[in-house]
Write a protein that binds this ligand. Structure first.
Ligand code: MD3
Ligand code: FE
Length: 208
């Protein structure tokens, strides 16, 4: 997958985040979307609430041993979808991306699926609900382009931005693992990959 096709651009480094533009070709992207439809059939997208009860603009679901959820009880990993069903397994095609870009034998525990419709965004935050920050995080972008912003490990520091496009893969490891990051906006309608439009981001993490 990806690296074998030889058609993608050279990796770029943005504040320690390794971005692999065009890692997935169009057929690979379409295959992933088909697998994600299967996931969403078993574990439907839902709109999490912040602990203060504000609905998030991003819709979410997950696959794997854990999914990330947020509601008035706080942010946390859970072994089940809010409906009570276990999360479906992470699709093999997704695991293959993780193995190819990390070289790790250890599989991720969680494939968070974020779906950004028109106007959805994600504010600057750190990912720190996992037990061991030595494991990398891998992100796969599908559908509309997104303006991704990443800073340092302190809130309020200098940030840099890059457009993530469909098929791009980002690897967060080392110093970038605890960087503040977010999605400022989506270029709605910039891709026709998703029937419903918008952007899907897969975030692969080792949780415990
Ligand atoms: C940088 N998602 O789900 S993925 C998230 O595009 C999240 O949906 C964004 O941030 C999205 O938590 C960004 C890229 C990403 C993921 C984890 C990171 C960037 C990261 C962890 C550390 C630094
Ligand atoms: Fe994050």
């Amino acid at each position: 997958m990806g690296g074998t096709s030889g058609t993608h651009d050279a990796a770029l480094d943005i504040r320690g985040v390794r971005v692999l533009p065009g890692w997935l070709d169009a057929d690979e992207q379409a295959a992933l979307v088909a697998r994600l439809r299967d996931v969403a059939r078993e574990a439907p997208f839902f709109r999490p609430e912040t602990p203060r009860g504000k609905p998030m603009s991003v819709r979410m679901t997950a696959a794997g041993r854990y999914g990330w959820v947020s509601d008035r009880r706080g942010y946390r990993y859970e072994p089940r979808h809010p409906s009570g069903v276990p999360w479906p397994p992470i699709p093999d095609e997704v695991l293959a991306v993780w193995r190819a870009v990390t070289g790790l034998d250890r599989a991720p525990d969680c494939c968070l699926v974020n779906w950004y419709g028109e106007g959805a965004r994600m504010g600057l935050h750190q990912d720190r609900d996992e037990a061991d920050f030595a494991w990398p995080v891998v992100s796969v972008s599908l559908g509309d382009a997104a303006l991704f912003r990443v800073g340092g490990t302190e809130r309020g520091g200098r940030t840099a931005s890059v457009w993530l496009r469909s098929g791009d893969v980002a690897v967060l490891e080392g110093e970038s693992r605890l960087a503040f990051h977010g999605i400022d906006r989506i270029r709605h309608g910039s891709s026709s990959l998703l029937q419903q439009g918008g952007r899907i981001n897969l975030t692969l993490r080792v949780v415990d």
